[in-house]
Structures are given as structure tokens and as C-alpha cells.
Ligand binder design. Structure first.
Ligand code: ATP
Length: 132
């Protein structure tokens, strides 16, 4: 089976570099599935679960936006944040989720709803990925 070299990098440093048969992720334009030989592409990423597949084995990463760069033999993900399931602090994510929900439910005018919505999305994504 052909593979792609996948590198995932954040401002804190590299998170993962390995060979995979397929990369699936959510770009702003929709769901993408990348196989070796894919046409070159740059796409902004949504907050979501990046799935890295080898046979029946799937690795997950929780990613909070950034960019995907595809070349025929290589995928680079430059992410704002990226965590493997084992590195996710579930309690912290639950606290972030509750904080964001409280902000969204409050009726104060000075609440930045967009910011709270994004914080809620990041927390829910981490909780989903930690469950995989
Ligand atoms: P919090 O409010 O808990 O800081 P956040 O969504 O605002 O959550 P980010 O700004 O996305 O946090 O991330 C800041 C740094 O903390 C990044 O390095 C990210 O990987 C890490 N991080 C955030 N939440 C978690 C978590 N639940 N488990 C592990 N690392 C986390």
C-alpha cells in the first residue's frame, strides 16, 4: 500500500511525523480525504478531528484550525493547536466547555459570543477525540 509522509506542526513544535495511507480532515470547504498522489492543495482547516489511517488502524488528532498543505507524497498540517488523544486533559476540556456554555447562556452585553462559541467547539472536539 502506498503511503504519504504526514507532518503535524504547531507553534509549540512538531506533534507527529509518520507515514500513513490516508488523511481525512475537515477543511473550511468541507470534508477532505487525501490519498498518495493527490493534487497539490492548500486549505484552511476547521476545528476538528484529523484521522490518519494505516490499514484498519486509525490515529486521531484534535486540531484547532490552521492550514493543510498537500503534495503528492506529503501532507503538512500547520495547526494552531494539535493534540493526540493521550495528551488531552479531559478535565481541562470539560472545564473549558462549561465556561464557554455559561458565557453563551449569560445575557450580558459585553460577552464575546464568537469567542465563546469557538472555545466551546475546541473543548467539544477535544472531548470527542479523547473518547476515540
Ligand atoms: P483552555 O481554556 O483550557 O486554555 P483553549 O481551547 O482556550 O482551552 P487553546 O488556546 O486552544 O486552549 O490551547 C492552548 C494550549 O493548551 C495549546 O498548546 C493546546 O494544545 C493546549 N490545550 C488546551 N486544552 C487542552 C486540553 N484539554 N488538553 C491538553 N492540552 C490542551
Amino acid at each position: 500500500m502506498k503511503t504519504l509522509k504526514v507532518s503535524v506542526v504547531t507553534p509549540d513544535g512538531p506533534v507527529l511525523e509518520d507515514q500513513f495511507e490516508m488523511v481525512s480532515c475537515r477543511a473550511q470547504s468541507g470534508e477532505l480525504g487525501i490519498l498518495p498522489g493527490h493534487i497539490p492543495l492548500v486549505a484552511p482547516l476547521e476545528i476538528g478531528d484529523v484521522r490518519l489511517r494505516n490499514g484498519n488502524d486509525t490515529n486521531h488528532l484534535a486540531v484547532s484550525g490552521g492550514f493543510l498543505e498537500v503534495r503528492p507524497d506529503k501532507v503538512t498540517i500547520l495547526a494552531q493547536t494539535a493534540e493526540k488523544p493521550v495528551d488531552i486533559d479531559v478535565q481541562r476540556a470539560n472545564e473549558a466547555k462549561e465556561r464557554a456554555e455559561r458565557r453563551l447562556q449569560s445575557h450580558q452585553d459585553d460577552i464575546d459570543f464568537k469567542r465563546a462559541e469557538l472555545a466551546l467547539k475546541r473543548a467539544m472536539n477535544r472531548l470527542n477525540v479523547a473518547r476515540d
